[in-house]
Each structure stands twice: as structure tokens, then as C-alpha cells.
Design a binder for this molecule. Structure first.
Ligand SMILES: Cc1ncc(C[n+]2csc(CCOP(=O)(O)OP(=O)(O)O)c2C)c(N)n1
Ligand SMILES: [Mg+2]
Length: 208
């Protein structure tokens, strides 16, 4: 295969690329193990896995700098590992132990790390979006150059509070990055299924 021209090469060193690969692999292996433990009944409450989406958070974390903040939905293990939180602390939390990030009382969806600027883990769909804008507002108010990565799913994208947040973020020129992770499912509901049911409703209306 012909060598790529310099302009087409990724703007990252071999060491950096290997680090990104390791970060993605850590998430994949962690999630596989979490899935097994959940199946064995060793993880209480909910346990939403991030398998298949690893590159999203690892890619964005590659652009983050010290001081930047991040928060996400309930599908949060990958985000925690990618921002440098301790895998053992996350796993201890999943399995309800005192060494977990929320002392074993929060579980999969409710972990935080002030040190790594990770602000959850949110079970209410879309709730983290205005919170992310609030964190960005604080940074703007303080006059630093931090940004907040605010992740949410395609299923959250039509929440009213998300649109309100877009408006406020634009009006106040907030340093917030909205990341919509479009995995084609609103948790268990396929986008295709939804468009099929919309299409069938439309065709019923037309045939009447
Ligand atoms: C306000 C609110 N409404 C409904 C739910 C139930 N619910 C849980 S997950 C989900 C779908 C979210 O889909 P998406 O944002 O695409 O996230 P994904 O699971 O694909 O990561 C819904 C509707 C909820 N948790 N919160
Ligand atoms: Mg989704």
C-alpha cells in the first residue's frame, strides 16, 4: 500500500496513538468484565455498558487539557476511565464496596471525581446537559480557559432542557462542547423501529 502523504497522517505521535489504543482497550475489557459480573448478580442496580463507543470519548479526551470538565449520562464507565479515574475505584463502586468512588452507595450511574473533573454519571435523560452549561458558566465567570465536555445520547437530543441549554450557551457564549453520542438506539429502542412506526402512522393517516 502506498505511504500516506504527510498531510494525511494523524496529528499524533506513535506513543500517543498507542496510549489511545490502550485507553480504548481498557474500556472494552473493563466493560466485558462488568457485563459478566452483572450477569452473575454481583453488581446491584443498573449497569449500562459503553462497548462500541470507546473511540468517542478517547478521541475527545485526547483534545482535553488539565482543568477541562466532563459529564455524561448513565452510560458512564468509559468516560471515567478515559479521564484517568482509577479502574479499581470504578469497579469497587459497581460492586458496592467502600473503596468505590461513591463509597459503594452510588453504583454505576452515580460516580464523581473532583480531582479528575468528572461530574457524573446522570440517570435522568438529558439532565446533565444544563448542568454542563452551568459548569461552563462557572469557568467563564472565573475567567479561565477551561471547557466542559457535555456528553449525551441521541435519545436525549430532543429533550426540552437540551434546546433551552443550547440557547443559553449561545447567548452567553459559554465554553461548552455538546457531544451527541448517536448509537442509533434510545437505550433499547432502535431509531429504525421508531422511523418505521412513524412511517406506518403516516400511511394509516393517508389511507383513511
Ligand atoms: C427524563 C427521562 N425520561 C425517560 C427515561 C427513561 N430512559 C432511560 S434511557 C432512555 C433512552 C436514552 O437514549 P440515549 O440518550 O440515546 O442513550 P443511550 O442509552 O443510547 O446511551 C430513556 C428514555 C429517563 N431515564 N429519564
Ligand atoms: Mg442512544
Amino acid at each position: 500500500m502506498a505511504a500516506k502523504k504527510p498531510a494525511e497522517r494523524p496529528n499524533a505521535s506513535k506513543e500517543e496513538l498507542l496510549k489511545y489504543y490502550r485507553d480504548m482497550l481498557l474500556i472494552r475489557r473493563f466493560e466485558e468484565k462488568a457485563g459478566q459480573l452483572y450477569g452473575m448478580g454481583l453488581i446491584g442496580g443498573f449497569c449500562h455498558l459503553y462497548i462500541g463507543q470507546e473511540a468517542v470519548v478517547v478521541g475527545l479526551e485526547a483534545a482535553a487539557k488539565d482543568g477541562d470538565k466532563r459529564l455524561t449520562s448513565y452510560r458512564d464507565h468509559g468516560h471515567m476511565l478515559a479521564c484517568g479515574m482509577d479502574a479499581k475505584g470504578v469497579m469497587a463502586e459497581l460492586t458496592g464496596r467502600i473503596g468505590g468512588y461513591s463509597k459503594g452507595k452510588g453504583g454505576s450511574m452515580h460516580m464523581f471525581s473532583k480531582e479528575k473533573h468528572f461530574y457524573g454519571g446522570h440517570g435522568i435523560v438529558g439532565a446533565q446537559v444544563p448542568l454542563g452549561a452551568g459548569l461552563a458558566f462557572a469557568d467563564k465567570y472565573k475567567g479561565n480557559d477551561n471547557v466542559t465536555f457535555t456528553y449525551f445520547g441521541d435519545g436525549a437530543a430532543n429533550q426540552g432542557q437540551v434546546y433551552e441549554t443550547y440557547n443559553m450557551a449561545e447567548l452567553w457564549d459559554l465554553p461548552v462542547i455538546f457531544v451527541i453520542e448517536n448509537n442509533q438506539y434510545a437505550m433499547g429502542t432502535s431509531v429504525n423501529l421508531l422511523s418505521q412506526s412513524v412511517a406506518s402512522v403516516t400511511s394509516v393517516e393517508f389511507t383513511q
